[in-house]
Design a protein around this ligand. Structure first.
Ligand SMILES: NC(=O)c1ccc[n+]([C@@H]2O[C@H](COP(=O)([O-])OP(=O)(O)OC[C@H]3O[C@@H](n4cnc5c(N)ncnc54)[C@H](O)[C@@H]3O)[C@@H](O)[C@H]2O)c1
Length: 333
């Protein structure tokens, strides 16, 4: 049985990945500090192939000890981070320690233990603002991070793929994820599609700034499909590579998201606020992952909105405004 170490496995993305890996017969070693609780892992708890360590990855000695404890780990999937521009802006020192120092240490330990694969969760927000407002960016386009969050993602990508020096057996890959949405075992409502749908499903007025700016979107379950595609690809297909994760047809402006929402909520109250400039405005191509790995998304934004509306209208989440669903301090309106 192959073994994968996942950092941040209790999170929005990680809690789905952990289940997919277990379903496919992997042994999973999960490291998480449980900043948003551990309920997302309850039903995998008794799985014998699941090993959990409540570990803060900024504790270098503990990370070293955990890696020393296991033999035969085949891959590290590194998801744990201070996530998003607002959270990073509020906690710059913690962000440096987590997203840079701890990531470098984890990578060094992975190489020291001859773990062949290292998969890093990066972001399309590395592209910042497109040079050509009518065009697209792809993996070869210049990067223009406009936040500490994206700056450190760019810096770690560069270190992982180039600056550290790569032994011939080592297969590192960076995935630049589109903006994520969808239902997960740890919900997040600080993400555009989820937040917009939630506000309207709860009958509130939605206030939207800058509806002309582009972003690509991708369902959280499709993130896991992409990570599995990379983990199971021949090393020469993915070693030292960057892949955007998403789909060419899933680039939307906020205005286009509102059009979709109005189909679901014809009575919606929406206040559109003008925003002349946004430092992040990017429309992304995803041909590389599709052509090289045969990756295709299974979900679209309109389907994700419908799903989310159903979940909320049926009351499956008893307290959708609870701060545990936000990576930044939040209070109900
Ligand atoms: N569109 C994008 O650009 C995009 C979208 C989503 C996620 N991502 C990336 O994917 C990864 C996962 O994001 P997510 O949405 O699941 O976020 P999340 O906040 O839901 O999950 C992060 C998990 O990491 C854990 N964690 C945080 N700091 C830790 C530490 N110091 N030690 C141990 N565990 C720690 C948290 O407890 C949490 O369970 C992140 O690296 C994020 O940057 C990118």
């Amino acid at each position: 049985m192959r073994a994968v170490l996942v950092t941040g496995g209790a999170g929005y993305v990680g809690s789905i990945l952990v289940r997919r890996l277990l379903q496919r017969g992997y042994r999973v070693i999960c490291l998480d500090a449980l900043h948003f609780g551990g309920e997302s892992l309850l039903d995998v708890w008794e799985n014998e192939a699941f090993h959990f360590h409540r570990c803060d990855i900024t504790d270098a000695a503990e990370v070293t000890a955990i890696l020393d404890h296991y033999e035969g780990i085949d891959a590290v999937v590194h998801l744990a981070a201070v996530v998003g521009d607002p959270a990073s802006k509020r906690q710059p020192e913690l962000t440096h320690r987590t997203n840079w120092d701890a990531s470098v240490h984890l990578l060094d330990q992975a190489v020291r233990h001859h773990i062949p694969r290292f998969l890093f969760a990066s972001t399309c927000s590395n592209y910042g603002k497109m040079a050509d407002p009518g065009g697209f960016v792809d993996e070869t386009s210049p990067l223009a991070p406009v936040s500490l969050y994206a700056e450190l993602k760019v810096r770690f990508e560069q270190y992982l793929l180039h600056d550290r020096g790569r032994p011939s057996w080592f297969c590192p890959t960076a995935l630049r994820f589109a903006t994520v949405y969808g239902i997960s075992h740890r919900m997040r409502f600080d993400l555009t599609v989820n937040e917009f749908t939630k506000e309207l499903a709860l009958g509130r007025e939605l206030v939207v700034f800058g509806e002309q700016f582009w972003r690509p979107y991708c369902h959280v379950a499709d993130f896991s499909h992409a990570m599995l595609a990379v983990l199971e690809a021949a090393p020469e297909q993915v070693a030292g590579e960057v892949f955007n994760v998403g789909d060419n047809n899933e680039n939307y402006t906020k205005g286009m998201l509102l059009e979709q929402l109005l189909l679901l909520f014809p009575e919606a109250r929406i206040r559109r606020m003008e925003l002349k400039d946004d430092p992040r405005d990017y429309r992304v191509r995803f041909d590389k992952i599709q052509k090289r790995l045969g990756f295709a998304i299974a979900h679209t934004v309109p389907e994700g909105m419908r799903d989310m509306r159903r979940l909320l209208e049926l009351g499956l989440l008893s307290e959708p405004d609870h701060p545990r669903y936000y990576n930044i301090p939040h209070s109900a309106p």
